[in-house]
Design a protein around this ligand. Structure first.
Ligand code: FMN
Length: 200
């Protein structure tokens, strides 16, 4: 697929058919993710893959009875995804990488960091996953883990304290009838509102 078509066609998919994701498609999504740029080549990311009905159910069962998530059929549509990936980032991996001799921030002072690169880099990996999904003719949705459920998610899947799940990527073959996203209710901002040339 042409790159511009990948960019244009990518939109969040919130309901999936029962067709499985081929293992080689999933492998391509994951192996493209780790081509993302990342500060100091720290690679402080990890990906928890849930690709069986039993494992995805373990995730969604955490949210049963959560009225906010059950509203407007969002949860019902999202539960149809055959694959969930929880991308996780490690702040500790960046602090120790930048304390190495070629970087030299040996005091590991967090004030040096202009941005939380650990989350930024993992988010860049997510974007590559979303684009690869489109190129594979699949659909995906990135969504957050509500803080009120994060401890349950960590406990259910044994996510170590040193790793932060930055959200979830659902993947599958797109179906109709999923919850509608915000672009159905809002316009894309004009370029003149978001691009500032020369000065703000
Ligand atoms: C940081 C972030 C958090 C998001 N959280 C959710 C979410 O919790 N549930 C959801 O359905 N979509 C979520 N989305 C998807 C956005 O709603 C979606 O990207 C946005 O409305 C633009 O639509 P599009 O991606 O289909 O072009 C999130 C996206 C981002 C980048």
């Amino acid at each position: 697929m042409e790159f511009q078509d990948v960019v244009r066609r990518r939109k969040m998919v919130r309901r999936y058919t029962d067709e499985p994701v081929a293992p080689e498609q999933l492998e391509r999504v994951l192996s493209n993710a780790v081509r993302a740029p990342n500060a100091g080549f720290s690679q402080g990311w990890s990906f928890l893959v849930l690709d069986s009905p039993e494992d995805t159910a373990r995730y969604w069962d955490i949210f049963v009875g959560d009225e906010e998530w059950e509203a407007d059929g969002w949860l019902r549509g999202m539960r149809t995804a055959p694959v969930l990936i929880l991308p996780c980032s490690s702040k500790a991996a960046y602090l120790s990488r930048y304390a190495q001799s070629d970087k030299g921030w040996t005091d590991e002072d967090e004030a040096r960091w202009p941005m939380p690169y650990w989350h930024m880099d993992t988010a860049m990996a997510v974007m590559l996953m979303l684009q690869t999904v489109v190129d594979e003719g699949l659909g995906a949705c990135y969504f957050g883990i509500p803080p009120r459920h994060e401890a349950q998610v960590r406990a259910e899947f044994g996510i170590p304290d040193a790793w932060d799940p930055i959200g979830v990527v659902s993947i599958g073959h797109p179906d109709t009838g999923g919850a509608k996203g915000s672009p159905t209710r809002r316009q894309r901002a004009p370029m003149s509102d978001v691009v500032h040339r020369g000065s703000w």
